[in-house]
Design a protein around this ligand. Structure first.
Ligand code: SAM
Length: 299
């Protein structure tokens, strides 16, 4: 059950898509005066080294954030094609965890979101992480950054823990549901958690990440999430990024596509992703099968 470690995947193309959507959403949602709660049901370790044994073994960031940063640097400031603000905003935020010109540290979703939260209006963050080592590392990183008053870490099942935090006192929340899907039952648990969460707190923003892999449960998940959003009469947004097949035999068979499904998306999110997704396909795309989807509905 605990074979998945996000350190092997940190900064890959799936993180790029998920974290771009997360940043655009949290940025928008922290413009209102009332406090925002961010709940991360599957938080990971929070901070990752891109040059350690984990990342070095898989090299996935080389096909994600590092490739993006390199391509953007090579394009130069006077390129004809302006980069989408969602992409530049993402790279700028990751840069802030690194010394000038170096890309050694990659922030996971907890620290990406925490970076954007406000202390003066008492935004809060609730993190769940079940893996013993990763939850210990996460708690240590939170303490190291002095974020303990704003952020709480629980070594608990995030699907179960979510029930206790909804609805939040401020009635404003963004919930990220980002399991590893290493066990098939995660797909059904995501749906059940979403149904339960919408019953407890219908106006929350819910962001689900999922892998696009040849498995019936993965294929069915976005279809079922659309049906769920529609049955609650809630607006939804669905974005996918596929980087296509690799010619490199060592990388063949790895994850090449993923999606984010958002119920009650911030209304700027579609406009933020619209120019960003084709640029991500162009900058990260490898070969056959590359592309993106951006669709919305419900409401
Ligand atoms: N959200 C993180 C990010 O974007 O940086 C990445 C999370 S990673 C995809 C999934 C994490 O969920 C892993 O660290 C895994 O140990 C953890 N996990 C697995 N099952 C869990 C559960 N039922 N509750 C909480 N965490 C769980």
């Amino acid at each position: 059950m605990f074979s998945y470690r996000h350190g092997f995947h940190a900064g890959n193309h799936a993180d790029v898509l998920k974290h771009i959507a997360l940043i655009a959403s949290v940025r928008y949602m922290t413009q209102k005066d009332s406090p925002l709660w961010v709940v991360d049901t599957h938080a990971g370790a929070g901070l990752y080294r891109l040059d350690d044994d984990f990342a070095g073994t898989s090299g996935e960031a080389a096909e994600g954030v590092l490739k993006l940063a390199e391509a953007v640097a090579a394009q130069g400031a006077d390129s004809e094609q302006a980069l989408a603000p969602a992409i530049t905003g993402y790279l700028d935020l990751v840069k802030q965890f690194n010394r000038e010109g170096r890309w050694k540290i990659y922030p996971g979703s907890p620290f990406i979101a925490q970076h954007l939260l406000r202390t003066e209006v008492r935004d809060k963050m609730k993190l769940f992480e079940l893996h013993p080592s990763d939850s210990t590392a996460l708690a240590a990183h939170v303490a190291q950054l002095g974020a303990g008053r704003q952020v709480s870490v629980a070594r608990e099942d995030g699907f179960e823990g979510l029930k206790a935090v909804l609805p939040p006192p401020s009635r404003r929340a963004l919930v990220l549901i980002d399991p590893s899907y290493e066990i098939k039952s995660d797909y059904a648990k995501v749906l059940a958690a979403m149904r339960d969460a919408l019953q407890r707190f219908a106006t929350g923003t819910y962001m689900v990440w999922y892998p696009i892999i040849p498995r019936p449960e993965a294929h069915d998940l976005p279809r079922k999430l659309k049906a769920l959003g529609n049955s609650f009469r809630k607006p939804w947004l669905h974005a996918t990024l596929a980087i296509g097949q690799s010619e490199d035999p060592q990388r063949k068979g790895g994850l090449s596509a993923s999606g984010v499904f958002v119920v009650n998306p911030p209304h700027i999110l579609k406009a933020a992703l619209q120019p960003a997704l084709p640029q991500l396909v162009e900058l990260l795309g490898r070969g056959r099968g590359k592309g993106h989807v951006l669709e919305s509905g419900g409401g």
